[in-house]
Design a protein around this ligand. Structure first.
Ligand code: 6PG
Length: 474
């Protein structure tokens, strides 16, 4: 009996498309779903795309896989993943591999990897980005887990991933939870990028007075330049779309309350634990949260603000492009800082440049820009921040006046721009000679004897604030 090279269990749209992608690339694929109607439907509809081996039971599914077995789990992150692991792990043998392709929290992946390692089974938490289309036509894949498991899985995953200049958008990220960690930060950056784009749209609309269809044209133009990316491309599509029922711009009939499934929030929670400033991602998460507080917004609608004034259209659009590009550099610099901090904390040894390379295609944040980041890490793998890479330094230098003008305009006319503003504040914080943190330290020492360090000598000190204010060594 022919054996399958790999199996997919969980045949909702992502699992189904991934299985089809594998089959289309000539890999015999075993398919299984909790309810077998889905398995049957997949084979009926797409059976001619390749070799599918349908299985009704976990036992049949596992028996149809060649050894070492490669079993991809595509179920909802959380308890369903644990349930599936519990169901399949007893049927597996040492050396077999379970791949979790969902958006799992990296801490769960670490826990599952450790537990399965005890049983001799490799657990591979693989971030997969690109949505349904990506899963079918070539996603960006971020597999974690052991190097040994990547030897057996890598060629298959690379084969079905997106390609940029012939290079696969898939690389071994690092041990245990590294893959899901990087996917989490990818999503955090995705939130930040989307928020910056949304603010740019809002400013073009309310400061420059452009209509959605006109703004779509602006984004189309931007998409031919350095901002070229999937997110800018789809922004133009969404803004140009007219609602069939009302004839109004589609963007005007959609309820302005952004939802979220949690990966952006995890990125910020993790950054807080790691002590990494990711204000751009945090503001993006909070902006979605503010938008969803309908009662709070309704109660606040009458609060006073400036009288809105318009600004000149075309030169302002150019300024917004510069502010957006500069802020985007900050967003990615913050995300990569988090990746490097996570890598150091967990001993993952993640190659940041390689992450930029596998995000160039297939994923939601795919963009020409990622190639610049890849090049920056190629030039200096240990750069403390992307902002000091010569290309990016030049870009933020060139954006200075425009960036400040856009943020100031937003504040002056009362259009919220938390992403653009926090990016600029982060940038100014990094380049400041002295920060008011010295005063914060003084206050902490005053009220709580929390001590401080001095600029001119070693040691930890405390001033006797309640006494004669002499300084003592702490
Ligand atoms: C991807 C996306 C994908 C999903 C987001 C959406 O990389 O393919 O990031 O994972 O679309 O998780 O997240 P929200 O629902 O939280 O916006």
């Amino acid at each position: 009996m022919e054996k399958a090279r790999i199996g997919v269990t969980g045949l909702a749209v992502m699992g189904r498309n991934l299985a089809r992608n594998l089959a289309r690339h000539g890999h015999p694929v075993a398919v299984h779903n909790r309810t077998s109607a889905r398995t049957k439907a997949l084979v009926e509809q797409f059976g001619d795309e390749g070799t599918f081996l349908p299985a009704d039971t976990p036992e049949e599914f596992v028996a149809s896989l060649e050894r070492p077995r490669r079993l991809v789990v595509m179920v909802k992150a959380g308890a369903p993943t644990d349930a599936v692991i519990e169901e399949f792990a007893p049927l597996l043998e040492p050396g077999d591999m379970i791949v979790d392709g969902g958006n799992a929290h990296f801490a769960d992946t670490r826990r599952r990897e450790a537990a399965l390692r005890e049983r001799g089974v490799h657990f591979v938490g693989a971030g997969i980005s690109g949505g349904e289309e990506g899963a079918l036509h070539g996603p960006s894949i971020m597999p974690g887990g052991s190097a040994e498991s990547y030897e057996a899985l890598g060629p298959l995953l690379e084969d079905i991933s997106a390609k940029v200049d012939g290079d696969p958008c898939c690389a071994h990220v690092g041990p245990d939870g590294a893959g899901h960690f990087v996917k989490m930060v990818h999503n955090g950056i995705e939130y930040s990028d989307m928020q910056l784009i949304a603010e740019s749209y809002d400013l073009l609309r309310h400061a420059a007075g452009l209509a959605p269809a006109e703004i779509a044209e602006v984004f189309r133009t931007w998409n031919t330049g350095r901002l070229e990316s999937y997110l800018i491309e789809i922004t133009a599509e969404v803004l140009a779309h007219t609602d069939a029922a009302t004839g109004k711009p589609f963007v005007d009939v959609v309820l302005d309350q952004a939802e979220q499934k949690g990966t952006g929030r995890w990125t910020v929670q993790t950054a807080l634990d790691l002590g990494v400033p990711v204000g751009g991602i945090a503001e993006a998460v909070f902006a979605r949260s503010v938008s969803g507080h309908a009662d709070l917004r309704a109660a606040s609608r009458h609060l006073p603000g400036p009288s809105r004034t318009k600004v000149a259209g075309s030169s302002f659009a150019d300024a917004v492009e510069k502010a957006l590009y500069a802020s985007k550099i900050v967003a990615y610099a913050q995300g990569f800082h988090e990746i490097q901090a996570g890598s150091a904390e967990y001993g993952w040894n993640i190659d940041a440049g390689s992450m930029a390379a596998i995000w160039r295609g297939g994923c939601i944040i795919r963009a020409g820009f990622l190639d610049r980041i890849r090049a920056a890490y190629a030039a200096d793998p240990h750069t403390p921040t992307l902002l000091t890479d010569p290309h990016f330094t030049e870009a933020v230098g060139d954006a200075q006046d425009a960036w400040r003008e856009v943020v100031a305009t937003a504040a002056r006319i009362g259009v919220p721009a938390p992403g653009l503003s926090t990016a600029l504040a982060y940038y100014d914080s990094l380049r400041a000679d002295r920060l008011p943190a010295a005063l914060t330290q003084g206050q902490r020492d005053y009220f709580g004897a929390h001590t401080y360090r001095r600029t001119d000598r070693e040691g930890t000190h405390h001033t006797l604030w309640g006494g004669d204010r002499t300084e003592v060594d702490a």
